[in-house]
Write a protein that binds this ligand. Structure first.
Ligand code: FE2
Ligand code: FE2
Length: 233
């Protein structure tokens, strides 16, 4: 049974390094998502969707804040991370100018689901302050994910929109997968599992994500993109 960790002084150097690496990835992904949703407010077609995108932007910003605060408690220079990062749009492979609502919908469908799958594995993490933040984050991500489904399904009733969605899917999905799941590393996985940082391996999480996305895309009449070179499908 892995030891339960509440603070930095209980961590070995290896454990702290791994927590910092995982949380840095989460911080950057949440912040990029907040920026994309912030940008998407002006693209949203109705006032309800504008308000919802603004709410999603705030929630994603709060998710990044939880990670940033914990990283600072672990002695990390979070400001320094910002200096070398790309914009939210290029982090996730979206067009830098982001001018199409369809692209936002595709991103919402792919990224909020990938984030949820990834973070579910940390729900019972041995680093308790981190596991605690997952409760709020996962509850909000569930809503984001459901909206992504509904939006994509509705959009694809129009064949022209479905064709645009397919183009964005083919471009964006490889990058979202790379950002969300990283390159499966057997040593890191073994460390995270034996120290209770994750409840299942990255390959397992990714496999479940692909199976679900494949089914949902089929029901929208879309093709699962070619991910060779990014991940094992
Ligand atoms: Fe999030
Ligand atoms: Fe989200």
């Amino acid at each position: 049974m892995p030891e339960t960790i509440y603070s930095r002084d209980q961590m070995t150097d290896d454990y702290r390094r791994m927590v910092v690496r995982l949380m840095t990835r989460q911080f950057l992904a949440e912040l990029a998502t907040a920026e994309i949703y912030g940008h998407s407010i002006e693209l949203a077609p109705t006032w309800r969707e504008k308000v919802r995108q603004a709410r999603f932007c705030r929630e994603e910003a709060e998710h990044s804040e939880s990670a940033a605060r914990l990283l600072e408690e672990l002695g990390q220079d979070v400001g320094g991370l910002l200096a070398s990062r790309k914009s939210g749009m290029s982090f996730f492979g979206l067009s830098e100018t982001l001018t199409e609502w369809t692209e936002v919908v595709v991103f919402n469908f792919l990224a909020d689901r990938a984030g949820t799958y990834q973070l579910e594995a940390y729900r019972d993490a041995s680093y308790v302050p981190w596991a605690t933040t997952m409760v709020k984050i996962l509850a909000e991500e569930e809503v984001h994910q459901a909206v992504g489904n509904q939006q994509l399904e509705r959009l694809c009733r129009d064949p022209r929109e479905a064709a645009r969605a397919q183009q964005h899917l083919d471009t964006v999905m490889p990058i979202v997968v790379k950002r969300a799941f990283g390159r499966p590393d057997p040593e890191d996985n073994a460390f995270c599992l034996s120290h209770g940082l994750k409840s299942c391996s990255a390959a397992e999480v990714q496999g479940r994500y692909f199976a679900e996305v494949r089914g949902l895309l089929e029901s929208c009449g879309l093709r699962f993109p070619d991910l060779r070179g990014v991940a094992a499908t």
